[in-house]
Ligand binder design. Structure first.
Ligand code: FBP
Length: 568
């Protein structure tokens, strides 16, 4: 066999040249974890900061054990843990959509637990915890998955653990596998799940009356799990936005080369527009829609369409017949008249669930229209069938509309075309639609995500060994070496309407109009619309100077002096 045939066969075993090199990529760790003897778990102490929301009183009534234990106080690392327990059995699971870096959380966790404690993987996600499908994660496993993308090592799912029967099954899993702790790697909904689990498993799980600890880790490419300086960003956001930025940059380069197309690009990020904002800051396209701005300025669908059509007309007047429009995935839910419609639809679909399920597909829209107020019924009937079908599609188990399935980009292209016919029917308008979503979730993590997640894993493992429960692991000060911290989950809970009833949830962090990142976009947007000032940032890198960049929005919002991150 020659070298070439070996190389080709190695690719089938996930041992490509890239994969082998990336496994050997050194990862920096926060100074708190490291000394001359290597990486060690840290202990934690109260930092004096207390978290709370408008619903804190109701949270305290429903989560008495967790709130009493944490006092909703933020913890910070307080030196190496000199009393590390042995023989702890810790389960780890992914929950929700994949995000790059998840495998490194597992590796960091395994490292923090050390050889005297056991780490078990749950597959897949909360469903696996209910079923009790756990296996032991070895050192060899971590060497294999380190720095690789995806959640495939454990798999994931979106089951919400909410019924008494499900909680009982989780308890049985804990007893059967002798668990002392569970680490939940997930987004806002999954960390809400973690808060509920922590309360439910607080005591009386094991024969001696003790409980099972629960620790959350902040994941989601959407970037909507962020809490000011305490949680600058969830992991996976940097990798996803760098992948999308490369693709958008390539398309922008194509527009100026072929000189004939507009590209309407919808970007994933269920509700918040952080992904779109970041990609806009990276690539500087002609038009960027930000859902939160649409809601705040109460812009109607007709207004948004007119704005885009005017931008097309102005550029056409300058001889520029091409451009890129960035559209956040969740836009539709932020347009005031659409948001009113969706709220009423959610209530109606929850109220008439049984009857609705019995109606044949062709008559579902008419059935629902009869249950709506006249204005909403009119709006629903005015929308194209391809949008209505998705508005009526099943919600996920957390009660969310599956916005990724709604072809907003196609709706906007159709409406802009019609509007241009009114403004000036001589304007040539040829458009392509794209949806960049799943492409960004499982790529190999950027150096930022790889290092961040490894340190999140070390933090989560340290929290377990320090006997903590009901906290989310974070790493702050990402441009100054990194500091491991822990946020009390109950300090983050609010009450929201889901499935037609009030539920405790961690509120999604939306793009703030007054944030430095948004203000930067607003200050440059007119210039980018008027001319081709775009940037094609190129592929993400894992080695060298290019690799050391954090997301632009994180740098701007945290007041960093440059784009360079520094962990360790
Ligand atoms: P998480 O918040 O669970 O990380 O999911 C993020 C996300 O990628 C959203 O951006 C998107 O709307 C959704 O998942 C798609 O979900 P699914 O994988 O179920 O199609």
């Amino acid at each position: 066999m020659n070298v070439l045939s070996d190389q080709l066969l190695n690719m089938e075993r996930h041992d490509s040249i890239f994969e082998s090199a990336v496994r050997a990529l050194p990862l920096p760790v926060c100074a708190a974890f490291g000394d001359a003897d290597g990486v060690r778990p840290v202990a934690f102490a109260g930092s004096g900061r207390i978290l709370g929301t408008r619903d804190s009183d109701k949270v305290a009534a429903s989560f008495p054990n967790s709130v009493r234990a944490s006092g909703n106080t933020v913890l910070a690392s307080a030196g190496v843990n000199r009393k590390v327990p042995r023989d702890r059995r810790v389960a780890v699971m992914f929950s929700g959509g994949p995000a790059a870096g998840g495998h490194n959380v597992v590796c960091g966790l395994r490292r923090a637990l050390g050889p005297n404690n056991t780490l078990l993987g749950v597959r897949p996600g909360p469903k696996g915890l209910i079923r009790g499908d756990l296996f032991e994660i070895t050192e060899a496993d971590t060497q294999r998955v380190i720095n690789t993308g995806g959640f495939d090592f454990l798999g994931t799912d979106r089951t919400k653990i909410k019924t008494d029967a499900q909680f009982d099954l989780v308890r049985q899993t804990c007893v059967r596998h002798g668990l002392d702790a569970i680490v939940v790697i997930g987004g806002d909904d999954s960390n809400t799940n973690a808060a509920t689990l922590a309360e439910s498993l607080f005591r009386n799980v094991k024969a001696d009356g003790s409980g099972v600890q629960v620790i959350g880790v902040p994941k989601t490419i959407d970037g909507d799990l962020q809490i000011g300086d305490l949680l600058p960003i969830s992991f996976g956001f940097d990798t996803a936005t760098k992948i999308y930025s490369e693709m958008v940059g390539n398309i922008l380069q194509d527009t100026r080369s072929s000189l004939k197309y507009w590209h309407f690009i919808k970007l994933m990020g269920r509700s918040a527009s952080h992904v779109t904002l970041e990609v806009a800051l990276q690539t500087k396209p002609a038009v960027t829609l930000i859902s939160e701005e649409v809601a705040e300025k109460k812009q109607s669908l007709a207004f948004i369409v007119d704005q885009i059509a005017q931008a097309v007309a102005v550029r056409a007047g300058k001889g520029i017949g091409h451009g890129v429009v960035l559209i956040p995935e969740g836009l539709i839910e932020f347009i005031p008249e659409m948001s009113a419609l969706i709220t009423e639809l959610n209530e109606a679909l929850a109220r008439h669930a049984t009857e609705f399920a019995a109606v044949v597909d062709a008559e579902k829209a008419a059935f629902v229209e009869d249950t709506l107020t006249p204005a909403n019924a009119r709006l629903l009937s005015s929308l194209p069938a391809y949008v209505v079908r998705m508005l009526l599609a099943e919600r996920d188990s957390h009660g969310n509309l599956q916005v990724s399935l709604i072809p907003t980009e196609r709706l906007l292209v159709d409406m802009v075309k019609a509007r241009l016919g009114v403004i000036d029917d001589r304007i040539r308008f040829a458009a392509h639609c794209h949806f960049l979503g799943y492409e960004g979730r499982c790529g190999a993590p950027t150096l930022f995500d790889a290092a961040y997640t490894y340190n999140l894993g070390l933090t989560a493992g340290s929290l377990v060994l320090d006997g903590r429960t009901g906290y989310m692991a974070t790493v702050t000060d990402l441009d100054r070496g990194g500091v491991p911290r822990a946020l009390p989950l109950t300090g983050l809970l609010n009450i929201e309407r889901r499935h037609g009833k009030d539920e405790f949830v961690i509120e999604k962090a939306l793009v703030r109009m007054d944030s430095p990142a948004m203000q930067y976009l607003l200050s440059r947007r007119a210039a980018w619309a008027g001319d081709d000032l775009f940037c094609s940032p190129g592929p993400r890198q894992l080695w060298g100077q290019v690799a050391r960049q954090m997301p632009i929005s994180v740098a701007l919002n945290s007041g960093a002096a440059s784009l360079e991150f520094r962990i360790g």
